[in-house]
Design a protein around this ligand. Structure first.
Ligand SMILES: [Zn+2]
Ligand SMILES: [Zn+2]
Length: 313
């Protein structure tokens, strides 16, 4: 089977600084490429792979293997993993971008196979979530409660702040939000002590890791705004603002621009022009129109991918 392999693009940022701290390591420490395989997405780039509305990514970094989100059903994930010869049982951890069903629904199928693995998430990922439509309320949150997961042998490691999942790989936790970059989704709600409210998506977070020549930021739905997630990832991984240590090598995932206003799409493009990631890989809920706009605005950097794609950096 052939895979789409991300081509290495020319770096445009200054060379890495040699100075180290606990979160900043240099290029020479990472001889092995980081590899991310798209296990589940809304579209496939190769025939024969299962697609569904959801996201699941297989992350290999420095000898560690992680699952980032689980798709909606778990069945697409397992079928595609088998086709791509990936053994999900080898995952050291499952990381959840947020609590929506299309990112967490696979846990029910995975739990019996992956007992003993920890799930890393924000505590609000377990809050009941809904979508409002003219026909009423529709559940959109996690199918399993925390206690059901733990009964299946999956322990939940919950934090509102950043967590280190394996050495050098972090979840951002809650991120500061510049409202110019935040998608407006008044139909997406969540239960709270004040009743049912528009979901504040405190649980939305990104995975960030230091690859050979820069940071990789991996989003689920980017309800916080992909630019806000990138900025938070840079701050997390380079708290001392060392020269060259905030360079973005890759940004991938759902950017939640499917029904975004032209202003939000334009602001996101401007945000990417300032951040200048070497590669941008829209997936899942980015939306066709916004993806086209990103490719047109950043043709050397933006490369859409889908189920079966492999990116290395
Ligand atoms: Zn989603
Ligand atoms: Zn979502």
């Amino acid at each position: 089977m052939k895979f789409l392999l991300d081509t290495c693009l020319a770096a445009t940022s200054p060379p890495l600084d040699d100075e180290d701290d606990d979160r900043t390591t240099t290029i020479k420490d990472h001889p092995v490429p980081t590899r991310i395989t798209v296990l589940v997405d809304d579209r496939a780039v190769f025939p024969g792979l299962a697609v569904e509305h959801g996201l699941a990514l297989w992350v290999e970094h420095e000898g560690h293997k992680l699952l980032f989100d689980t798709g909606a059903s778990g069945h697409a994930l397992l079928a595609n993993a088998a086709a791509l010869r990936i053994r999900v049982e080898e995952a050291e951890a499952i990381c959840l971008s947020h609590g929506h069903f299309d990112h967490t629904g696979g846990l029910g199928v995975l739990a019996p196979r992956m007992g003993g693995v920890d799930v890393y998430a924000h505590p609000d990922a377990f809050v009941a979530k809904y979508a409002k439509s003219p026909s009423g309320w529709h559940a959109r949150g996690m199918a399993l409660s925390q206690s059901q997961l733990e009964a299946a042998g999956i322990f939940a490691r919950l934090s509102r702040d950043a967590q280190e999942v394996v050495p050098g790989v972090f979840l951002t936790g809650e991120v500061p939000r510049d409202p110019r970059f935040v998608p407006s989704t008044p139909h997406l709600c969540a239960d709270s002590p004040m009743g049912r409210i528009i979901d504040p998506f405190h649980d939305d977070q990104a995975l960030v890791l230091r690859a050979r020549d820069g940071l990789a930021v991996v989003c689920g739905c980017a309800h916080s705004g992909v630019i806000n997630l990138c900025r938070a990832a840079q701050k997390l991984m380079n708290p001392r603002h060392l020269v060259g240590q905030s360079r973005l090598r890759a940004v991938l995932g759902g950017f939640h621009l499917g029904d975004a206003s032209p202003q939000l799409v334009a602001a996101t493009i401007e945000g990417f022009r300032e951040l200048l990631p070497t590669a941008i890989h829209p997936l899942h809920c980015t939306g066709e129109a916004a993806t086209r706009a990103l490719v047109l605005a950043l043709p050397d950097r933006c490369h859409p991918i889908g189920t079966g794609s492999v990116v290395e950096f």
